[in-house]
Design a protein around this ligand. Structure first.
Ligand code: 13P
Length: 279
């Protein structure tokens, strides 16, 4: 059984001067594909539940998700794990922890510094008592659709990042350096100097959100400058959707073959993407 602590996987990435990749995944096809390719390539990887998928849209529950991820992790030898992505709801975080999530994100990035520290440290206090890791966010990554790419007001400030990690007791920190969630209106340009400075100011592993559409050459640099966890969602979901759409448009009647094709396409994408992780 290869279910590992997320903080241990991030330490491996840090020692290897690279990043592991965490994929937003909502169902069996997505989770199974990530762990299958991780095993094939012998690279640690994570799957993440977006709480909106479970709580708002009813695509599943943390209990079902944890069960699926734990069972799938038993099939592989390479360290893999799962994580609750962006959550602001303390009760939902507690529910996920009780369900067996080894790692959760408390996202207080839209709050004041003081409130973000207060809430993150409260989550960390309870989570750590149960052996669970906590990711926090400082600065605000936001959505590509709402974003003015040239506006860096919400980027993480170097001088507060180290203080935040110390005060909040988070195990990893998501930082804003020019990425955004969803499809970009124009190619993002990461503020790598800011990343370098934040990394020099703190030992806490750094996380890059908004991974879909960030050019590989920028990612390779970011991974050697302190990013140890890299989140991807939109392009993985989009590929799933495109595959089903094409399958149906081609007039295929063999309904049971659709899942096979979905897994084949997802795994081909993952095989490419996971090469970015140099472990
Ligand atoms: P994208 O959906 O833009 O790839 O971002 C994923 C993410 O950061 C999840 O936290």
């Amino acid at each position: 059984m290869a279910l590992a602590k997320v903080s241990e996987i991030l330490k491996m990435a840090d020692r290897g001067n690279t990043s592991i990749i965490a994929f937003n995944s909502s169902d069996f096809n997505m989770i199974h594909s990530v762990f299958t390719v991780a095993e094939e390539l012998n690279k640690p990887a994570l799957v993440m539940l977006d709480p909106r998928h479970a709580a708002l849209w009813g695509w599943g529950t943390p209990e079902i998700y944890a069960h699926m991820a734990i069972e799938e992790a038993k099939k592989v030898k390479v360290p893999v794990s799962f994580h609750l992505d962006h959550c602001m709801d303390f009760d939902f975080i507690m529910r996920a922890i009780k369900a067996g999530f080894p790692s959760v994100m408390y996202d207080g990035s839209m709050l004041s510094y003081a409130e973000n520290v207060k809430n993150t440290s409260e989550v960390a206090r309870v989570a750590h008592a149960m052996g669970v890791d906590v990711e926090a966010e400082l600065g605000h990554v936001g959505f590509a659709a709402d974003k003015d790419e040239d506006d860096n007001d919400l980027y993480t400030k170097v001088e507060v990042a180290a203080r935040f990690c110390e005060e909040s007791k988070c195990d990893s920190l998501a930082i804003a350096i020019g990425t955004a969630h969803g499809f970009y209106k124009k190619t993002p340009k990461l503020d790598l100097q800011r990343l370098k400075d934040i990394n020099a100011a703190t030992d806490t592993p750094l996380v890059l959100h908004g991974g879909s559409g960030v050019p590989d050459d920028q990612l390779v640099q970011a991974f050697t400058m302190g990013i140890n966890k890299f989140n991807v969602g939109t392009e993985y979901f989009h590929l799933y959707y495109q595959t089903v759409k094409e399958y149906v448009a081609a007039g295929n009647e063999a309904i049971f073959d659709m899942q096979m094709l979905v897994q084949e396409r997802l795994q081909a994408y993952l095989r490419e993407k996971m090469q970015l992780c140099r472990l």
